[in-house]
Design a protein around this ligand. Structure first.
Ligand code: PEP
Length: 249
């Protein structure tokens, strides 16, 4: 039985004092959940978030990292640095990074490998654009992104990778994929993993849905056979709303 992982992606929002207040508010509301609760916060919040989340069941992660461990990469943060402050998760290849910051399938693959080197759990985003969906290319696009992201990883690493299926047209737009569409896309990703790494590995990989998840649609999405929780943007910025998504059952 796969665990449900509900991860918030705060994007470029929340000052340290807001992060602290949010986690203090959220912690008692999610303390009894069996689901994994993760907040991926801006770098400037990481230290405060990690301290505040100590002795709670809330895990803290970053939203990006560089694939090199150190060096002349002004403005970048490495997996080694994230590990040193005890971050546990890192989002890799979010569509906003692919779109605005030249993230490619190749850099995504390098970052995942580096994340594992430093014991971080990667949440790897894949998803199609509206044009690709309308051209009937969804399955081809997301399975190719998945294959390239995971290339060269061991079976154990693949099992420990979280994939977030996020149709780009559904991110921040209020439009959600139907639960059937989302489940089918996630099944296609799982089948591709089975084809390369075997069914046992594929059955263990956590694959989330992301794209305008909110408290009013979380239950119907997360109850689908292959959807193992969600990556949540806008609705993760209010503790009360996010707690309802975590406690969707
Ligand atoms: C995201 O940022 O990964 C996301 C899915 O955003 P939203 O929930 O706001 O659509």
């Amino acid at each position: 039985m796969r665990k449900k992982v509900i991860a918030g992606n705060w994007k470029m929002n929340m000052l340290p004092n807001e992060a602290i207040q949010f986690i203090e508010e959220l912690a008692p509301m999610v303390k009894d959940t069996q689901n994994e609760v993760v907040l991926c916060v801006p770098y400037t919040d990481l230290f405060y978030a990690l301290l505040t989340a100590q002795n709670t069941n809330i895990k803290i992660g970053a939203q990006n990292m560089h694939f090199e461990e150190s060096g002349a990469y002004t403005g970048e943060v490495s997996g080694k640095m994230l590990k040193a402050i005890n971050a546990q998760y890192v989002i890799i290849g979010h569509s906003e990074r692919r779109q605005y910051f030249n993230e490619t399938d190749e850099t995504v693959n390098k970052k995942i490998k580096s994340a594992f080197e430093y014991g971080l759990k990667p949440i790897v985003c894949v998803g199609e654009t509206l044009d690709q969906r309308e051209a009937g290319e969804t399955e081809e696009v997301i399975t190719k992104q998945t294959k390239l992201a995971l290339e060269g990883l061991t079976e154990k690493q693949v099992e420990n990778t979280i994939i977030a299926y996020e149709p780009i047209w559904a991110i921040g737009t209020g439009k959600t994929a139907t639960k059937e569409d989302a489940n089918n896309s996630i099944k296609a990703i799982r089948n591709k993993i089975a084809e390369i790494y075997g069914q046992t590995v594929a059955n263990r990989v956590i694959i989330q849905y992301g794209g305008s998840v909110k408290s009013t649609n979380a239950k119907e999405l997360f109850e689908m056979s292959d959807i193992d929780g969600g990556l949540v943007g806008g609705a993760s910025l209010k503790a009360d709303e996010f707690s309802k998504i975590v406690n969707f059952e």
